[in-house]
Design a protein around this ligand. Structure first.
Ligand code: GLY
Length: 349
């Protein structure tokens, strides 16, 4: 007998595992029977990076309608992936040093205990959906590069130029002004083009039944070396879900997160009884202890930014960042709002 599950066998196994929260083919079209087991009094909760305010609102509305937790989270982050004005995620994301947009995403579905991810995916606007398809339709966890694109095309995803006029202009400006010794003539700035080199959206959700899912998606570090994969598609770094505990995810400097498996670690701290905020802070302390000296300032503080977002199975949520002044988005069961993140270090001190 083959040791790999056929899709039919997987769906059977998933429905057994999920006890009524089966991954059915319907899930791909945005509806499933997942919310049939309802916990009275409980409300759905979603927590995301600050760029996910519309994501948490939509995810909560969808869960309220009975949509599966992973479908709801992915639909939420898709808003940013498809937004041409967002230069950190999906379509319009800033490219690598050669001007090619390479996208990373991963997701986990708590009830079925499945995971999916794509790395360095080119030409497809919605890597979070492709990651979900890896979860749904394969016995693998991660597909990268050409293989990930071929996989997406086989399901009818359209190949498109992911550079917008805006992201191309920012990239061309960076290339022109990169250094004094290259062959590109410097271009003076005619207008301010604001962007951050790191940008990502993470969204973690729990429905009224206590089922949990998470997703993270990004265009990664702007001007990265082609082929660079950050933390977002790494299960346990960019996001992690344990349906018995909750979910966590991250935005910020991926290389520093990968070394501590930060989303997994945050969920593990939760398992030991810490609140979501304390768990996120403890993970950040671990990040600091594992940071090489070239990335620390003269007071031993990281020169980069990193944040973790966490939700507990019972709906309690929180977030923490290395530096003060960061916010995060949450739907708390009643409304979507931005909240101040806890932090390790005060900016300006
Ligand atoms: N956290 C996103 C990245 O580093 O790619």
């Amino acid at each position: 007998m083959s040791d790999s599950l056929t899709r039919r066998e997987f769906l059977g196994a998933a429905s057994t595992l999920a006890a009524g929260a089966a991954l059915t083919p319907d899930m791909v079209s945005g509806r499933s029977a997942a919310a049939v087991h309802v916990r009275p009094q409980a409300r759905q909760v979603a927590v995301a990076s600050a760029n996910g305010i519309r994501a948490v609102q939509l995810a909560a509305e969808l869960m309220d309608q009975g949509v599966d937790t992973l479908d709801a989270a992915v639909e939420g982050v898709k808003i940013r992936e498809l937004d041409p004005e967002d230069t950190s995620v999906g379509y319009g994301g800033l490219p690598n040093e050669h001007g090619v947009v390479q996208l990373d995403a991963s997701c986990m579905h708590g009830p079925s205990r499945r995971a999916g991810a794509v790395g360095a995916l080119e030409g497809i606007k919605t890597p979070s959906v492709v990651a979900k398809y890896v979860l749904l339709y394969t016995d693998h966890i991660m597909l990268v590069g050409k293989g990930a694109k071929e996989f997406a095309l086989s399901y009818g995803f359209q190949e498109e130029d992911l550079l917008t006029d805006k992201s191309r202009e920012i990239w061309l400006r960076w290339r022109a002004n990169r250094g004094p010794d290259d062959d590109w003539l410097n271009v003076p700035a005619e207008k301010d083009l604001e962007f951050e080199r790191h940008g990502t959206i993470n969204c973690n959700v729990v429905n009224a039944a206590g089922d949990v899912s998470s997703v993270t998606t990004t265009s990664g570090l702007a001007w990265k070396i082609p082929g660079r994969v950050g933390d977002s598609p790494i299960i346990g770094a960019g996001q992690y879900t344990d349906n018995d505990i909750g979910a966590a995810g991250s935005t910020g400097r991926g290389e520093s997160n990968i070394k501590v498996c930060g989303a997994f670690l945050t969920v593990e701290f939760r398992r030991r009884g810490m609140s979501p905020t304390d768990a996120a802070l403890e993970t950040l302390r671990r990040v600091v202890t594992t940071t090489e000296s070239r990335l620390l300032d003269d007071q031993g503080r990281p020169k980069f930014g990193l944040s973790f977002y966490a939700v507990k199975k019972n709906g309690e949520f929180g977030a923490a960042s290395l530096w003060s002044g960061r916010r995060y988005a949450a739907f708390d069961g009643r409304e979507a709002a931005l909240h101040d993140s806890a932090h390790l270090f005060e900016r300006g001190r």
